[in-house]
Design a binder for this molecule. Structure first.
Ligand SMILES: C[S@@+](CC[C@H](N)C(=O)[O-])C[C@H]1O[C@@H](n2cnc3c(N)ncnc32)[C@H](O)[C@@H]1O
Length: 374
């Protein structure tokens, strides 16, 4: 434990945030004009936004500025400003090292696969997939716009960035061969219904791949980390998230959530990576360094909105806690982070199986996994 007692929620805070109200203290709207100072500068204008739904035009995008961070809407807890974009760029690189340069954990055999990346963020994964699979058609969706990805002016021939909320009814006309979801813990209150939609929008034999790790779900650990500021930080975020109905846990990576939606061949991959400079092995040291930077940079992003909006903390209280966690982590020793990936497949239909002997082996696997063929 660090040098002072755990910060207590302060009910008299001036900056408490009322979800849904742009005029709440500490919160302003910004329409997405490309002003480099806009992330941190004050403006007098409270509400100058134009609502944008599914079509994307950078000028019409609405942001919420809150406690000096930029958010894509009134509710999603992670910011989408430049600092967060840089952090996501780093975590993407960590993912690449973990997979030895690969982007997926499942086979993608078609020459012209259709791929959906939900919650693409700055779009690093989708952009690299477009180069790795030039024959693919990639739809990359998000509810917000980073300066890359949806906000990019770069035209990629096989990637379509679209503003879309995955909680809404999906309206894609053609099925996908792969649906990819990375780092969306806390974004959905009902993962089962998301998985059911994904199942419907996959081609038979198509894969879903979901990867997550979240300090609120105790993904980060060091010896005795339960009795620490990190423990307080994680538990405060969990409680605040529960209060919003969007839990910050990894239950959506439990195999039966996928099998209940109809998926088969569910595989769970857990990778433990070092956080910090403690490993001797050069590859592990690089990973540890990147993970430490990403985590230290992410402390505020993970917690600020959730704790101020739903956890009754002041922004100063949250930042103070983040500082304490940061100091603790810099001296924590052998810290690690668990990154969990789950992959699963939509079963083939019997008719399709009969036509293809190679697929019969897979059908047997489906039978073992207990799927219902139509
Ligand atoms: C932590 S970022 C991860 C970004 C990206 N997947 C990556 O791995 O770099 C989560 C992203 O999910 C998006 N998101 C949150 N809720 C969403 C929803 N309901 N539908 C679509 N995207 C959503 C956020 O706007 C944010 O860009």
């Amino acid at each position: 434990m660090g040098e002072t007692a755990a910060p207590q929620p302060n009910n008299s805070m001036p900056e408490s945030i009322e979800i849904g109200s742009a005029k709440s203290a500490g919160k302003r709207r910004w329409t997405g004009e490309r002003d480099p100072e806009a992330d941190s500068s004050e403006t007098d204008s409270d509400e100058i936004s134009i609502k944008s739904t599914k079509s994307f035009e950078a000028q019409n995008i609405e942001y919420v500025l809150e406690n000096d961070r930029r958010y894509c809407n009134d509710t999603y807890f992670m910011p989408n400003d430049e600092a967060e974009q840089t952090r996501l760029n780093i975590t993407h690189q960590i993912g690449l090292i973990l997979l030895d340069g690969n982007l997926i954990n499942v086979p993608l055999v078609k020459k012209t696969p259709r791929i959906l990346d939900i919650g693409t963020g700055p779009g690093d994964w989708a952009i690299e997939m477009s180069a790795a699979y030039p024959g693919a058609t990639i739809i990359a969706t998000d509810i917000g716009v980073f300066d890359n990805g949806l906000g990019s002016t770069i035209e990629l021939p096989n990637v379509s960035f679209q503003l879309d909320d995955a909680r809404d009814e999906w309206t894609y006309h053609e099925p996908f061969d792969l649906i990819h979801i990375r780092s969306l813990a806390g974004a959905f209150s009902d993962w089962s219904s998301l998985y059911k939609q994904a199942f419907c929008h996959l081609t038979p034999g198509g894969y879903i791949e979901i990867t997550d790790s979240d300090p609120a779900a105790d993904s980060i650990a060091f010896p005795n980390s339960g009795d620490s500021y990190l423990g307080i930080f994680a538990s405060a975020m969990r409680s605040a998230a529960e209060a919003t109905g969007y839990p910050r846990d990894l239950r959506h990576l439990t195999p039966n959530v996928l099998t209940d939606a109809g998926f088969v061949d569910v595989r769970v991959l857990e990778r433990t990576i070092p956080v910090g400079l403690w490993p001797d092995d050069p590859r592990e040291k690089t990973l540890g360094k990147m993970a430490l930077i990403s985590f230290l940079e992410g402390l505020e992003a993970y917690s600020l909105r959730q704790l101020t909006a739903a956890g009754n903390w002041t922004s100063e209280g949250v930042r103070d806690l983040c500082e304490k966690v940061k100091r603790e982590l810099l001296t924590a020793g052998r810290m690690t982070c668990c990154v969990k990936t789950v992959t699963a497949r939509k079963p083939f239909s019997r008719a399709m199986m009969r036509k293809n002997h190679v697929l019969q082996r897979l059908m047997q696997m489906d039978d073992v996994n207990g799927s219902d063929f139509t």
